[in-house]
Design a protein around this ligand. Structure first.
Ligand code: ZN
Length: 174
């Protein structure tokens, strides 16, 4: 049995856990959280989040890429979010290899070298600062005065705010 088969079985066995109970797609806290896809991070538990309160965007690293900017622009302009949390974490897979190593591996296997960046890092706090800066400086997002970065410790569950400098005050009406 594959993992997908297992999940389909759970879906049938459970009493409709996916049934929507919230009518609006607008998150009630008007907040978006960007974080890593790492399976150890229980985003809802870390922040005591409730269903319907926030948009959650996940990718490898919790790095603010063009695709995260795409989602954030939709989140703010069409779904009325105003604040952004960027949360990366200790022991991230992206800190275990280098950009060139991985691109070499892909090129050796496929003959193609990707044009996109892997966004690997050694210093997680520096990576958070870079991602926070990308959110604050993109012209496509309406609200940049409440963008804050954090490192989540996957060993003890602690959350540490990263000093990302002074927030640029740029909040425009949606
Ligand atoms: Zn990670």
């Amino acid at each position: 049995m594959t993992a997908i088969d297992e999940l389909l079985r759970r879906n049938v066995d459970s009493p409709r856990p996916g049934t929507p109970t919230i009518i609006t797609p607008v998150p009630s806290l008007h907040l978006t959280i960007v974080t890593c896809m790492d399976a150890r991070i229980k985003v809802f538990d870390v922040f005591g989040l409730k269903h319907g309160e926030a948009h959650i965007l996940r990718n490898a690293g919790g790095v603010v890429t063009d695709d995260i900017i795409r989602s954030l622009s939709i989140s703010q302009r069409k779904l009325r979010t105003r604040e952004v949390i960027v949360m990366q974490h200790t022991q991230c897979g992206l800190a275990t290899f280098t950009e060139d190593e991985f691109k070499d591996e892909l090129e050796n296997d496929t003959g193609l070298r990707p044009t996109w960046s892997l966004e690997t890092f050694r210093d997680v706090e520096a990576s958070v600062r870079t991602s926070v800066a990308r959110v604050r400086h993109t012209p496509f997002i309406l609200h940049t005065d409440q963008v804050r970065g954090f490192v989540y410790d996957v060993c003890n569950g602690s959350l540490t705010e990263v000093d990302a400098g002074r927030a640029e005050s740029r909040t425009r009406s949606a």
